[in-house]
Design a protein. Structure first.
Length: 198
C-alpha cells in the first residue's frame, strides 16, 4: 500500500468514526448531512454510510485508554459480531438498566491485569472491552437509546500505578543516617478516570 492509499485509508477510518459518533448523538432520525466533498471515493463512502441507521451501532469502552466511542455492529443478529468487537469468544451479559445491556469477555478478568472498569451498581470489576447495546441482550441487537454522555456517567476506568517513595530528610536508621532522597520503594495506587468520549 503506497503513501496515498495509506492516507486515504486513515481518512476513511476517521470519517467513519466521526459518522458513527454523530449517529450516536442523534435523537431525531439518526442521519447526518455532510457538506459536499470533491473526492469520488469520499462521496462513495458518505453514500454508503448514510444508508445505515442506529440499529447498526454500539458503544465500546476500552479501559486501558478510557476511550468510549461508537462502533459499527456488522450483524445485529449474530453474537459473533459482538465477540469480534470486544475481542472475546466467551461473552457475559450484564444488565445496564431496564433498556440496555453490557457485553464483556467472560475470561478478561485474569492474572496480569493492567486495567479494569468499575460499573456503578455491579459488585465486581469488569475487565477488557465493554460493549453497550440496547435491549435485554436478546436478538436482534439494538443500538443504545441513550447518549454516550449519559452512559459514561456509570463507568470509571481504573489502572494500577506505581509511585516512587523517597527517603525523607529526617529519616535515621539504626546504623546512622540514610541519604535523603534515596529511593525507598514503590507504592501502588489505583488511578481512576472517567471515560473519554471520542
Amino acid at each position: 500500500m503506497n503513501r496515498t492509499e495509506l492516507a486515504q485509508d486513515h481518512l476513511h477510518s476517521t470519517l467513519k468514526s466521526a459518522y458513527c459518533r454523530a449517529l450516536s448523538l442523534s435523537q431525531v432520525d439518526a442521519r447526518v448531512a455532510f457538506a459536499p466533498v470533491k473526492s469520488s471515493w469520499a462521496r462513495a463512502l458518505f453514500k454508503n454510510l448514510e444508508g445505515k441507521d442506529m440499529e447498526n451501532f454500539v458503544y465500546l469502552l476500552e479501559p486501558e485508554s478510557a476511550i468510549f466511542r461508537a462502533a459499527e455492529l456488522p450483524d445485529r443478529n449474530s453474537i459473533a459480531s459482538i465477540a469480534g468487537l470486544i475481542g472475546s469468544d466467551l461473552i457475559q451479559m450484564i444488565r445496564f438498566d431496564d433498556m440496555h445491556s453490557l457485553f464483556v469477555g467472560e475470561e478478561a478478568l485474569r492474572v496480569g491485569l493492567t486495567a479494569f472498569t468499575i460499573f456503578d451498581g455491579y459488585p465486581i470489576p469488569l475487565a477488557g472491552q465493554i460493549a453497550l447495546l440496547g435491549g435485554d441482550g436478546s436478538k436482534p441487537y439494538r443500538s443504545p437509546s441513550i447518549t454516550m454522555t449519559e452512559a459514561a456517567r456509570r463507568f470509571e476506568c481504573c489502572r494500577p500505578v506505581l509511585d516512587p517513595v523517597f527517603v525523607p530528610m529526617d529519616r535515621v536508621a539504626n546504623k546512622g543516617l540514610i541519604v535523603a532522597g534515596a529511593l525507598e520503594g514503590l507504592q501502588v495506587r489505583i488511578d481512576r478516570r472517567s471515560p473519554v468520549l471520542l
